[in-house]
Design a protein around this ligand. Structure first.
Ligand SMILES: [Ca+2]
Ligand SMILES: [Ca+2]
Ligand SMILES: [Ca+2]
Ligand SMILES: [Ca+2]
Length: 778
């Protein structure tokens, strides 16, 4: 009979189904891999989705602890031992928190990703894991310095197909004609990175903030009008109809998207402010006020202007402007430093060079040049050794310009297709920095410069690219290359702040050495030893500057080259054919970024030559190097740390950190008052002057009145008692008054004393009035 087998078959069927059910319910047991994420193609691993991951930073504890845990089997160096030790701690922490260690996060030592193992709801494992609260365990754990849970981010993709009629023409944002020749920003926007929480201020001729494409993103808190001294930077129409510049720049940064009007800004989620300062005479003090205006509101200052680009000007910020730039990077943005973006200049056709422009040359500024839509240097662009990077702008006649907002005053339509020059490049760079600051608000002003050097890409094969000792490519025409929003933002995401800025200065070398005619050169060297750098702890370079005093009948003929210890050359003082100024260079500081990331130690060489014109009598006299000094800027970041950062940045380019909710901790910053009322504003100076004049007149009048009353009284009581006496020759404020009195009579001795007393009292009264006035003014 077949029937006895039937229950056995059913039993087998039941058993196998039960086993299958158990297998599906149990958590998938995967080995915990302490390997770095570079080996894993996708990160975080698919089993560790958002809201299930914890990023932790671990403390390795004391070296004794390492010895104990790692054991004597490990003969390798400390670092490796430390890493193994940290892996072990990470495993332990993960286990205790009911999580799974997914390994170190990239190259960030001590940072680990721990995943919760979440099987289906209602399972045994789920019930167990709900009892253990990872947050409680991580918060209390002695080895956990910091932890952060994945938050579920809003993943709604922003449509990059905007309804703004001119968006299709904004080739700098999406170049459909020459693929790849744009700022590579759309991928960043798709991840909701649009500059939210960041304010960019356009320091220019005003911003039409009621403009349809600007109004929604306008920041009145960051704005000011220094030309008219009021809070409203609205541009004033003028006869030339050219005060549209600031509005155009503001549109490039933050033009409102999807409003069916004109264009879209690079950082359309950011706020844009305006400081009106170029529509009137610009003084040093006005410039200084502009550079620090609302410096706790404004994060980035976009400056599309500079000294005359005529090929023979040597000028830059004057003492107050310099001090304001320095103060901005120290105290601006809660101490992380204001970001100053400056245009490199449009004097290309006059053979101008941005190292003769002190704003570009300054270490505090991000110097941005321009390339055309083909990635080539346009005719107007200037080159220099202090150029940090380039981005897109107009080119020759047949090439497209920048499409952006325009003012609607006078002949303006509110939208333009012809914004040109390096003026159009700097705001694009400012917008890209805004995207970086949304991702990581605590980037310092130097972090931003570093990230640009680390991420800019080579363009234009015809340029003079040189590879420096740290592996960075730089050209005098394009700096470190094209700014790339995707690369900048991804690098910003994993960027840990660089150590604080240190500098080294050589002694001032008095020379009085003649500059020989090219190909001969005047060569001077300066050796920087380990001992020289010991005090500051400088390991690697950022900016390198040389300050020179040179006399020459036609200074544009002089060429100054700096050679860093690695051998890379920087033309810090380029020849300028038009510059026949006989003034030479008086303590002018030339700078270069070409030695970025290189070791600071070694021999620096200065080469100066005179490219004489044989026919020119005017330029025949011999030039003289009077004195020179070398200044190095850098940090304690070691050369190997520079290399590690380069690897980390490249690893981040896949977007894996941007896609995850990974974030490094950000310190809150310093508590700096939002605005310090400057005693240097023209208004307060005028007020003080007025008050001073009033006090002086008042004291004169009062002295006169009291003295006359005194004489009158004395005349009444002491008439006829005249006798010879010394003239009071003591100095008083009212010199004219004293003379008037001399004509009237000669003073008596006893009366002179009381007179002095009276005047002293008057003097102090006047002072009190002045002091009170001063207090009111400050
Ligand atoms: Ca105004
Ligand atoms: Ca728009
Ligand atoms: Ca220039
Ligand atoms: Ca600069």
């Amino acid at each position: 009979m077949a029937t006895p087998y039937f229950p056995t078959f059913l039993l087998l069927l039941f058993l196998s189904s039960f086993t299958l059910l158990l297998l599906t319910l149990l958590p998938s047991v995967s080995p915990s891999l302490p390997s770095s994420f570079s080996s894993s193609p996708s990160w975080p691993s698919p089993s560790c989705g958002p809201a299930q991951a914890w990023a932790v930073r671990l403390d390795a504890g004391s070296s004794h602890d390492i010895e104990d845990n790692a054991g004597s089997d490990y003969e390798d160096n400390n670092k490796e031992r430390r890493s193994v030790h940290l892996d072990a701690i990470a495993n332990r922490v993960a286990e205790q928190a009911g999580l799974q260690n997914q390994g170190q996060i990239g190259q960030l030592e001590g940072h680990y990703l721990l995943c919760s193992v979440k099987p289906g709801r209602g399972s045994f494992a789920d019930i167990w894991s709900e009892r253990v609260q990872p947050a409680d365990v991580l918060a209390a754990h002695p080895h956990v310095l910091w932890y952060s849970k994945d938050r579920v981010l809003s993943r709604s993709k922003r449509s990059v197909a905007f309804n703004d009629p001119h968006y299709p023409k904004q080739w700098h944002l999406h170049n459909d004609l020459n693929k790849g020749l744009d700022i590579n920003v759309t991928g960043v926007w798709e991840r909701n990175i649009t500059g939210q929480g960041v304010t960019v201020v356009v320091v220019d001729d005003g911003v039409e903030h009621t403009h349809q494409d600007i109004q929604a993103n306008y920041s009145p808190e960051g704005s000011y009008d220094l030309n008219s001294n009021d809070p409203d930077p609205m541009p004033h129409p003028d006869v030339h109809s050219d005060n549209h510049h600031g509005t155009r720049c503001a549109g490039e940064i933050a033009a409102v998207p999807n409003n069916s009007f004109c264009a879209v800004g690079v950082a359309y989620g950011s706020k844009v402010a305006g400081i009106r300062v170029l529509d009137g005479p610009l003084t040093d003090s006005l410039e200084a006020v502009a550079f620090n205006k609302h410096y706790q509101v404004n994060d980035i200052y976009s400056c599309s202007w500079g000294p005359d680009d005529d090929g023979h000007t040597v000028d830059g910020p004057h003492p107050l402007g310099k001090a304001a730039l320095q103060y901005g990077v120290i105290a601006g943005r809660k101490g992380f430093g204001s970001i100053f973006v400056v245009a490199s200049g449009n004097g290309g056709q006059y053979n101008d060079n941005c190292n003769y422009d002190g704003y570009a040359n300054s270490i505090y500024t991000i110097t941005v040049g321009a390339v055309d839509e083909n990635g080539r240097m346009p005719f107007y662009a200037e080159e220099c050794a202090s150029m940090l990077a380039v981005t897109f702008s107009s080119g020759g006649n047949k090439l497209r310009s920048i499409v952006t907002s325009d003012w609607s005053m006078q002949h303006g339509t509110g939208c333009t297709e012809s914004h040109t020059g390096t003026s159009a490049a700097a705001p694009l760079a400012a917008g890209m920095v805004a995207l970086m600051l949304q991702v990581r608000p605590c980037l310092s002003w130097r972090d931003v410069q570093h990230i640009i050097a680390f991420t800019a890409t080579k363009c234009d094969s015809t340029a003079d690219w040189g590879r420096n000792g740290a592996g960075f490519y730089h050209s005098h025409q394009h700096g470190f290359g094209l700014l790339n929003a995707w690369r900048l933002v991804n690098a910003a995401k994993v960027w840990e702040s660089v150590p604080f800025l240190v500098s080294y200065q050589s002694s001032t070398n008095k020379e009085d050495a003649s500059i020989p005619t090219y190909p001969d050169q005047l060569i001077r060297t300066w050796k920087v030893t380990t001992a020289d750098l010991k005090q500051s702890g400088m390991e690697t370079l950022e900016h390198v500057a040389v300050t020179v005093t040179i006399t020459h009948p036609c200074r544009g003929n002089v060429e100054i080259v700096l050679v860093c210890p690695s051998g890379i050359t920087s033309v810090i003082g380029a020849r300028r054919a038009i510059d026949r100024d006989p003034a030479g260079y008086q303590d002018w500081t030339f700078s270069t970024v070409r030695c970025w990331g290189e070791k600071a130690e070694g021999q620096y060489m200065l080469k100066i030559s005179d490219h004489k014109e044989p026919t020119s009598k005017q330029c025949a006299a011999v030039g003289v190097l009077k004195q020179w000094a070398l200044t190095l800027y850098g940090s304690s970041m070691t050369f190997s740390e520079v290399k590690e950062r380069q690897m980390l940045v490249e690893e981040a380019m896949s977007g894996k950190y941007l896609d995850s909710s990974f974030s490094l901790p950000c310190p809150p910053g310093l508590n700096i008052p939002s605005e310090i009322v400057s005693p240097f504003t023209s208004n307060s100076l005028k007020f003080l002057l007025l008050l001073g004049c009033f006090a002086l007149f008042w004291s004169l009048y009062y002295t006169l009145e009291v003295s006359l009353a005194h004489i009158y009284l004395r005349g009444l009581f002491c008439m006829g008692k005249r006798r010879g006496a010394h003239r009071n020759r003591r100095g008083h404020r009212g010199r004219g008054l004293e003379e008037a009195m001399e004509d009237e009579e000669e003073e008596e001795d006893e009366d002179r004393d009381s007179g002095v007393e009276l005047l002293t009292v008057l003097d102090s009264e006047a002072k009190v009035a002045l002091l009170n006035g001063e207090r009111t003014a400050t």
